[in-house]
Design a protein. Structure first.
Length: 374
């Protein structure tokens, strides 16, 4: 239950902030927003400024109101938010406060604003984590002190690690059945010595100490290792606020570059027919990861939310139909050819794209269910 609440709060925050970016930028550039809502319809209650008195009045339910002012609404489905921008579907092009009537540059600014807000949110969350004290990777060969941890950074699907339930964030304890393991190399050597044999791995997950039985593989891909895990050495670092905000910017930039690189590997793998070794998670997978982050603690939830926020921003800026990047693509085509693309053709393009996205989400969700609940 707690995991579900955290998952809904995270998802809601990411979507709300994204839509807030569109809303604020539209208003700043003289574009009317018919409605800005918290949650998704149906509407519970709305508030709108009366054009005569200047005072806010209440609108109950989904009643339609014609006004030059914006309805601020609270809706029944608490999963983020939405903004209805005048002219976003191409209508009212002749009106000055319509999205469709604005220049290409302004329309692109409004569309990009949602992505930028996701990056800003990630920066705030990561900076806050560094102020509180957050885990930071250290050089594997560096002596990071007695507080340093060796943690699982990633697990490979269909590997021994996944089969026995090892999770990202699990700490491999330095005392393994009387054997002292002080760095990543010593852990790797320890696992390699046990190939083909049952190994009891002592790990710490949150506040719990677990003894997990696993058999390291004797035959495995070169880039996976006997267990199918990647390791990272971390230590808790804490910065004063003025350093934390700089570290936050650096971290966001690094994560954006890393995610675009990973995306490039995925696209390359589609053409060469070889797995990129990068996993993709749907809603179920993200819910499972949320549970893992919650188990590890508040700072991990902050970092996980920041990671999802960056991911949402990157996905939205790609030239994918029905997303912000797809709409930007049509604006650029309009500029190149000197005239707008047929509204009907664009609508068909976005509808097909949206349908394919839903199908992909269903497939990934189905795979996640098979993977996590087998």
């Amino acid at each position: 239950m707690i995991t579900a609440i955290i998952f809904i709060l995270i998802l809601g925050l990411l979507i709300f902030v994204h839509e807030l970016g569109h809303f604020l930028t539209a208003r700043r550039n003289g574009i009317k927003a018919d409605e800005f809502g918290f949650g998704f319809p149906p509407r519970m209650v709305g508030f709108i400024k009366d054009e005569i008195t200047g005072k806010y009045k209440i609108i109950w339910g989904g009643k339609e109101v014609k006004s030059k002012n914006t309805i601020y609404s609270i809706n029944w489905i608490p999963l983020g938010g939405f903004v209805k921008i005048k002219g976003e579907g191409g209508e009212a092009k002749s009106e000055s406060d319509s999205f469709a009537g604005k220049s290409a540059l302004i329309r692109i600014k409004v569309l990009v604003a949602g992505v930028l807000m996701n990056f800003v949110l990630a920066w705030i969350l990561i900076s806050l984590a560094f102020m509180i004290g957050a885990p930071e990777a250290t050089d594997p060969g560096e002596f990071a002190g007695k507080d340093a941890k060796i943690q699982i950074a990633a697990t490979v699907p269909d590997s021994p690690s996944e089969a026995v339930g090892l999770s990202v964030g699990d700490e491999i304890l330095k005392n393994q059945n009387g054997i002292s393991l002080q760095d990543i190399k010593s852990v790797q050597d320890y696992i390699n010595e046990k190939k083909g044999q049952e190994l009891v791995l002592n790990i710490k997950r949150g506040k719990d100490i677990l003894n997990i039985k696993v058999i390291p593989r004797e035959n495995f891909p070169d880039d996976q290792g006997p267990l199918g895990i990647s390791l990272v050495q971390t230590k808790i670092v804490k910065y004063p606020w003025y350093q934390a905000i700089i570290k936050g910017i650096e971290m966001v930039f690094s994560l954006v570059v890393t995610m675009f690189s990973a995306l490039g590997l995925i696209l390359k793998s589609l053409f060469v027919g070889k797995s990129a070794g990068i996993d993709v998670a749907g809603p179920v997978g993200i819910a499972v990861l949320t549970k893992q982050a919650a188990t590890l603690g508040f700072v991990y939830i902050l970092q996980f939310t920041a990671l999802l926020s960056i991911n949402l921003g990157i996905i939205n800026i790609l030239p994918i139909p029905a997303l912000d990047g797809g709409r930007i693509l049509f604006i650029l085509i309009e500029k190149i050819k000197g005239s707008p693309v047929s509204q009907k053709a664009e609508q068909i393009f976005h509808t097909i794209g949206f349908t394919l996205l839903i199908m992909l989400m269903v497939l990934v969700t189905f795979r996640d269910v098979l993977r996590f609940f087998k």
